[in-house]
Design a protein around this ligand. Structure first.
Ligand code: SAM
Length: 279
């Protein structure tokens, strides 16, 4: 299959009269080799149902179609969603492997198939909420690779006690093991973005608890990082009825109340939440 290069991406955009939208994060990959490398890094196999969010003009989609049994692509922009099956048919003998859904990924509730792997160059302004939303609603997604803004990649893969560690790191850790998977040059995009990009790989693991525990844990995480320099006993005071009560709660959960949220891994947040549910 021939993949899309710079000339074809520009020609497609011209034909659609598409001025890439900043607010939709429309920076299209113009290097087919990079797309193949991303799909290889994601370990997509012929038994996979691959999910792509924001297929755009189809650069990554075509590379995914080379490897996966089928591809489902969710695109918010109707012009791009309508064009993609036409582009796929022009480049692939297996265009029927592709299903395009014209929808906002953040509003997605389910899909007509159960995807096993995610490969996406995510729209940068919504990359974290989209990533967390997909992990939440699509339990069959076992692994994948996403391209995001470099700082966001560092945050998603961060470990406790680092300056990058925060809400995205600890919430993602509820669902999956997340690791950095390399940098991507700005020159592979049209238009070139004014931020750097990185790849992040994830592997789903068993969640530490059920949905009611997750909701409690995520609420505590939000409070703990709302003012990240505050000690936990102060940061969680509103939830437990004052800093004295929060201190007692944390001690009962086996967590030092003078720590800050940035020192706690997902399991420590679970201990705090479980204490809340049990008492
Ligand atoms: N995958 C293509 C590529 O690599 O060339 C395009 C990636 S571009 C960074 C992001 C894409 O996501 C755009 O096509 C944009 O229209 C789409 N998009 C933006 N917000 C979206 C959303 N909330 N749901 C689904 N797609 C979205």
């Amino acid at each position: 299959m021939t993949l899309l290069g710079a000339a074809e991406i520009r020609a497609l955009a011209e034909r659609l009269d598409l001025k890439p939208s900043k607010s939709l994060g429309q920076n299209f990959v113009i290097d087919g080799n990079v797309c193949r490398k991303i799909v290889r890094t994601a370990g997509v196999t012929s038994s996979d149902i691959a999910l792509e969010i924001g297929p755009g003009l189809g650069s990554l989609t075509l590379a995914m179609m080379e490897e996966a049994a089928s591809v489902v692509a969710v695109e918010i922009d109707p012009r791009l969603a309508n064009q993609l099956p036409i582009t796929a048919a022009a480049h692939s003998e297996n265009a029927e492997r592709l299903t395009v859904i014209n929808q906002d990924a953040l509003q997605l509730k389910n899909l007509p198939v159960d995807p096993t792997v995610l490969v996406a160059n995510l729209p940068y302004n919504v990359s974290v909420p989209v990533f967390l939303h997909l992990l939440e609603i699509l339990p069959t997604l076992r692994s994948g690779v996403v391209m995001v803004q470099a700082e966001v990649a560092d945050r998603l893969a961060a470990k406790p006690n680092t300056k990058e560690y925060g809400i995205p790191s600890v919430k993602a850790a509820w669902w999956a093991q997340v690791t950095g998977a390399g940098s991507v040059s700005r020159s592979i995009f049209w238009p070139a973005p004014n931020v750097d990009s990185k790849l992040v790989a994830f592997k789903r693991r068993a969640t530490p608890g059920d949905e009611s525990l997750r909701k409690e844990v995520f609420a505590i995480i939000d409070l703990a990082f709302a003012q990240r320099r505050k000690m936990l006993r102060a940061a969680l005071s509103s939830r437990y009825g004052g800093s004295g009560a929060a201190e007692a709660h944390l001690i009962a959960a086996g967590i030092d109340p003078t720590l800050r949220g940035e020192s706690l891994d997902i399991h420590s947040f679970c201990k705090i939440a479980q204490q809340g549910l049990e008492s």
